[in-house]
Ligand binder design. Structure first.
Ligand SMILES: [Zn+2]
Length: 224
């Protein structure tokens, strides 16, 4: 994984927010409980295409703080802003490693703004769930490797390559930005509450089918 200087990203975001915004206003905005929008609440909202962040409008820093607050208090892999009622192209990655699932304090705090996927390589499968999709658990085919361009919180353009399970997490969130839910593209779909999912995944874990080759080609073969 090669993404620079994300360790203190939230602290930096907060310091920028505090110089640019009225802190009392921000505090008020964040005092309510943040809850993801689910398919039962408003599926049309989730199915919209999120808009690009305009960096001269600093409200995106408030949006990142909302994402950061939610992800630091909930054991999710990641969130797309639209899931928290903010239809902007922002992804927050909290945990992209299967070995950190049981660590409630783990928070990568990586923020990707206006990401664009440049290349998708290989094929993996995982039984995915989603904070917005209730008990829908779907077996989803994702690339093993993703080459991506995005902007960091300072509006600087960056490139990154995601491999392994982090490519699955990223691909799931990227779909949210385009209004696509994992249950829409699942090869198989089950209804399963969270407690049962943990048990199910012990025997149905993350699977790598191809590390090289064109993802789109493999996907067509899978969907035949
Ligand atoms: Zn999701």
């Amino acid at each position: 994984m090669h993404i620079e200087s994300f360790g203190d990203i939230m602290n930096k975001a907060v310091s920028i927010i505090e110089t640019d915004c009225n802190p009392n206003e921000l505090k008020e905005n964040l005092s309510f409980e943040i809850r993801p929008i689910t398919i039962n609440d408003d599926v049309d909202f989730l199915r919209q295409r999120s808009k690009e962040v305009e960096f001269n409008d600093k409200s995106y820093l408030d949006d990142i703080k909302v994402l950061g607050k939610y992800c630091s208090t909930h054991e999710v892999f990641a969130m797309a802003a639209v899931q928290l009622g903010i239809p902007k192209r922002i992804i927050y990655l909290r945990n992209t490693s299967l070995t950190k699932i049981d660590d409630p304090n783990w928070n990568e705090a990586r923020v990707l703004i206006n990401p664009v996927i440049k290349e998708q390589i290989g094929l993996t499968k995982y039984w995915e769930a989603c904070a917005s999709c209730l008990n829908n658990m779907g077996l989803v085919a994702r690339p093993y490797k993703i080459k991506l361009e995005y902007y960091d919180i300072f509006g600087k353009k960056r490139k990154a390559t995601f491999t392994n399970f982090e490519a699955t997490v990223l691909s799931h969130e990227y779909d949210h930005l385009n209004g696509i839910l994992h249950m829409d593209i699942a090869l198989e779909l089950l209804q399963m509450p969270k407690e049962e999912r943990v048990e199910f995944r012990l025997t149905h874990g993350y699977e790598i089918l191809h590390k090289t080759g064109d993802y789109e080609h493999y996907l067509k073969e899978e969907c035949k």
